[in-house]
Design a protein around this ligand. Structure first.
Ligand code: PLP
Length: 394
C-alpha cells in the first residue's frame, strides 16, 4: 500500500534547506564554513517588542484569539497600511496568519480550482510554485532575464494570459533578485491585469528593506480598482527581525479574506497569541530599529557589492532591496571546469567552504543566491575565499 497522497508526490524540497543541511554537516566536522544561505535578518527582535510579548503573557493573554487575528492587531495593521502605503482597509479586509508564507498558502487554497493558472515570474521565491500546485493550480512561469533587471514586462504578461489565468504573483522588493518595480512599471502591469480581469498577489514582505534612495510602492496604491483586485501580503518577519514569531497578513477583497479566515479556523485556529501581541507593539511602537537594520544592510551592500562583482566570471546586478545578491556565475563555472552552476556551488561549499544557494531552486540556473544578512567580516572573508577559488582554477 502506498502511504502518500498524490498531491505531495511532486513536492520539491527546499533547495535552501538542502544546502544549509550540508553546510551544517561540514561545520559539525569542525570545518569553518561561512553560510550565506540565510533568509532572515541576523539581528535580535527589538526589545520593546519582546517586552510587550512578555507583558501580554504575564497579564494572562494566553488563550485563543479570533481566527483572523486580534481586533487590536488588525487595527495596528490597518494603521500601518494607511501610514506607510496610503491604503485604507476595514477590519473585514484584513486576515492575520502564521507568517506570510502560511497566509499565501491559505490564499491559494481559497482561490484556485483544479487547472487554474497562476503567473509566476522567474526568478521566483521557492514556495510560490509549490503552494500553487498544492492548491491544484498550475504555475505558469515567465522568464525575466538579467537584461530586463529580472522584472517582467507588461507585454510578456499579456502573452502569458489565457482564459484559465486567475492571478499574477508579484514580489517587490524581490527574493531572490533584490529588484524593485517602479510605479510606472507597476502601472503597465496593472493595466494588463485589469484588461484580463485577473487578481494580483502582491508579496511586499521586504518593503522596508530598500536602498540608495529607492522607494517601495505598492501596486494597490495605483487606483481603487487596482486595489480591489490586489491581495497585499506582508508581515513583520523581515522588517522587524521577527522571523520565528510567525506573523503575516493579507489585506484585500472581503470575500476572499472571509474564506481565508474560515479556512484558518479549521487549520491553525489562530496565529500564536503572544506573537500577535508582539506584533501590535511592532507596528504601534517606535520604528527606529527598523531603520537601523535597513541602514546596516545598506552599508554591507555598499561594501560587498563591488567586491563580489570583481570576482572573475561573476556578473551581478546591484540590488535595490531585500538582502540577497544574485550573481550570474555561469561564466565562472564554465571557466573553472564545472558542467553546471549547481556543481560549482557544491564545490564552493566543499572546497572554498562558502555556502551559497544554487539559483536552480529559483528557476534561475545561471545564478547563485547569497544573503548579506550576516556580519560584514564574514561577508568579506566569503568573497575573498570565492575569489581565490575561482582564480586558482581559471
Ligand atoms: N515571501 C517571500 C518572498 C519571502 O522571502 C519570505 C521568507 O523567506 C516569505 C514570503 C515568508 O515570510 P514569513 O516568514 O512571514 O512566512
Amino acid at each position: 500500500k502506498q502511504h502518500l497522497a498524490d498531491r505531495v508526490k511532486t513536492l520539491t524540497p527546499s533547495t535552501t534547506l538542502a544546502i544549509t543541511a550540508k553546510a551544517k554537516e561540514l561545520k559539525d566536522q569542525g570545518i569553518d564554513v561561512i553560510g550565506l544561505g540565510a533568509g532572515e535578518p541576523d539581528f535580535n527582535t527589538p526589545k520593546n517588542i519582546l517586552d510587550a510579548a512578555a507583558d501580554s503573557m504575564m497579564k494572562g493573554f494566553t488563550k485563543y484569539t479570533p481566527a483572523g487575528g486580534l481586533p487590536a492587531l488588525k487595527q495596528a495593521i490597518i494603521a500601518k497600511l494607511e501610514r506607510d502605503n496610503n491604503l485604507t482597509y476595514a477590519p473585514n479586509e484584513v486576515m492575520v496568519g502564521v507568517g506570510a508564507k502560511h497566509v499565501l498558502y491559505t490564499l491559494f487554497q481559497v482561490l484556485l480550482n483544479p487547472g487554474d493558472e497562476v503567473i509566476i515570474p522567474i526568478p521566483y521565491w521557492v514556495s510560490y510554485p509549490e503552494q500553487v500546485k498544492l492548491a491544484g493550480g498550475v504555475p505558469v512561469h515567465l522568464e525575466a532575464t538579467s537584461e530586463q533587471q529580472y522584472k517582467v514586462t507588461a507585454e510578456q504578461l499579456r502573452g502569458a494570459i489565457t482564459d484559465k489565468t486567475r492571478a499574477l504573483i508579484l514580489n517587490s522588493p524581490s527574493n531572490p533578485t533584490g529588484m524593485v518595480y517602479t510605479k510606472e512599471e507597476l502601472a503597465e502591469i496593472a493595466a494588463v491585469c485589469e484588461e484580463a480581469d485577473i487578481l494580483i498577489v502582491s508579496d511586499e514582505i521586504y518593503e522596508k528593506l530598500v536602498y540608495n534612495g529607492v522607494k517601495h510602492f505598492s501596486i494597490a496604491q495605483l487606483s481603487d480598482s487596482v486595489k480591489a483586485r490586489t491581495m497585499v501580503i506582508n508581515g513583520v518577519a523581515k522588517s522587524h527581525s521577527m522571523t520565528g514569531w510567525r506573523i503575516g497578513y493579507a489585506a484585500g477583497n472581503a470575500e476572499i479574506i472571509k474564506a481565508m479566515t474560515d479556512l484558518a479556523s479549521h487549520s491553525t485556529s489562530n496565529a500564536t497569541t503572544t506573537a500577535q501581541y508582539a506584533t501590535i507593539e511592532a507596528y504601534n511602537g517606535p520604528q527606529d530599529a527598523v531603520e537601523e537594520m535597513r541602514q546596516a544592510f545598506e552599508s554591507r551592500l555598499t561594501e560587498i557589492y563591488p567586491k563580489l562583482n570583481a570576482i572573475p566570471g561573476f556578473h551581478v546586478l546591484k540590488p535595490e532591496g531585500a538582502f540577497y545578491l544574485l550573481p550570474d556565475v555561469s561564466e565562472a563555472a564554465a571557466k573553472t571546469g564545472y558542467e553546471s552552476v549547481d556543481a560549482f556551488a557544491k564545490a564552493l561549499l566543499e572546497e572554498a567552504n562558502v555556502a551559497v544557494i544554487p539559483g536552480s531552486g529559483f528557476g534561475a540556473e545561471k545564478t547563485v543566491r547569497l544573503s548579506y544578512a550576516t556580519s560584514l567580516e564574514a561577508l568579506e572573508e566569503a568573497v575573498s575565499r570565492m575569489d581565490k577559488f575561482v582564480k586558482s582554477k581559471w
